[in-house]
Every structure is written in structure tokens, then in C-alpha cells.
Design a protein around this ligand. Structure first.
Ligand code: CUA
Length: 183
């Protein structure tokens, strides 16, 4: 067996021992696969521990059978919690959103909490990066600052039965002058 690589063992037996009989081409792919696993493990660790992206905890769990009977979801809607800061509690149910309208002045930071009392729904606000799955028993939460005046429809984007296409609502972002007049 002749080879250009001078650091290869001279005898074929020694070479087989050293490489465990694995073709160099295959060995390189094995190395690449292991590197990829290490890379993925690293990204999962960064997301979980450095960025705090974790599976939901007990504080974000609710009982879907009674969630609309008391607490914030008994009176769903949008509330101002501090100047310029709002929270909106939304129920996604078969087959409508409550409320169907969320109105905030432009520049508002809005934290939206969504839950479902029945089955799995979705909550996606058009022209924003708000896109959540809504699972019964869990609270989906997102914070977003609405910097543009306009109407941003929200829809259910998880197929949930024959009324799925009717599940929609709208975030109305008004200009500050209008807000000043109303408050
Ligand atoms: Cu709710 Cu689709």
C-alpha cells in the first residue's frame, strides 16, 4: 500500500489499527457530525441559561376549566398599568377572541397574555413578530412596543375546527393626540 501521507504507518496492519478501519472520508463526516452536536448543545445552553428561554414554569399554568371564572381572564381586555405601559388579557376560545379589539396609543409597550379554556389555538398579530401557540392550561405571554399607528389584525393560526377561519381581532394603535383627548 503506497500513500503520499508520510505520517501514515508503513504497514497496512498498523494503519488499520490506527484508523479502526474507517475510511478517511467517512471519518471526516463523523467528526463534522460530532462538532455539529457540540454546536447545537452550546446553542441550547446559551438559549436556556444566558437568554432565559425555558419551558414554562408553574407560575404560567392555569386550570382551563375555571380560568375565565375569576382573576384577569374573568374580565379580559386591555388595561394601562403605568403611563405608556399596558397589559392585555385575551381569551382564545372556540371560535372567537375575547376581546376582539385592543386599543392602545402609539409607542405603548403592551404585554399580552393569552390562554385558552378549551382547545389549542394560535395568536398571531399581522405585521409584528407576535406569533404564539395558545395551549389550554398554559399562559402565552409576549411584550411588544407598537411604534406605528394603524390596525394590526390578529388571527388564530392553529387549525381548531370549523370556525377556525372566523377567529380574528384587531390591535388598533392610535396617535398620541387622540389618546390625549380621550384621557
Ligand atoms: Cu382557534 Cu384556529
Amino acid at each position: 500500500m503506497t500513500t503520499k501521507n508520510t505520517d501514515r504507518p508503513a504497514s497496512p496492519e498498523a494503519a488499520t489499527k490506527l484508523t479502526m478501519g474507517i475510511d478517511p472520508y467517512e471519518r471526516n463526516w463523523m467528526r463534522a457530525s460530532v462538532l455539529l452536536l457540540v454546536f447545537f448543545f452550546g446553542t441550547v445552553c446559551i438559549a436556556g441559561f444566558a437568554m432565559g428561554i425555558q419551558v414554562i414554569g408553574a407560575d404560567q399554568e392555569v386550570d382551563p376549566r375555571i380560568v375565565t371564572e375569576s382573576g384577569p381572564w374573568a374580565e379580559p381586555g386591555v388595561r394601562e398599568i403605568r403611563p405608556g405601559e399596558y397589559e392585555a388579557y385575551v381569551i382564545a376560545q372556540t371560535w372567537s377572541f375575547v376581546p376582539r379589539e385592543i386599543e392602545v396609543p402609539v409607542g405603548s409597550e403592551v404585554t399580552i397574555y393569552v390562554t385558552s379554556p378549551d382547545l389549542q389555538h394560535g395568536f398571531k398579530v399581522t405585521d409584528t413578530n407576535i406569533n404564539m401557540m395558545v395551549v389550554p392550561g398554559q399562559v402565552s405571554k409576549v411584550t411588544f412596543t407598537f411604534d406605528d399607528v394603524g390596525e394590526f389584525p390578529y388571527i388564530c393560526h392553529e387549525y381548531c375546527g370549523r370556525g377556525h377561519a372566523n377567529m380574528s381581532g384587531v390591535v388598533r394603535v392610535t396617535d398620541n393626540a387622540e389618546d390625549g383627548a380621550s384621557s
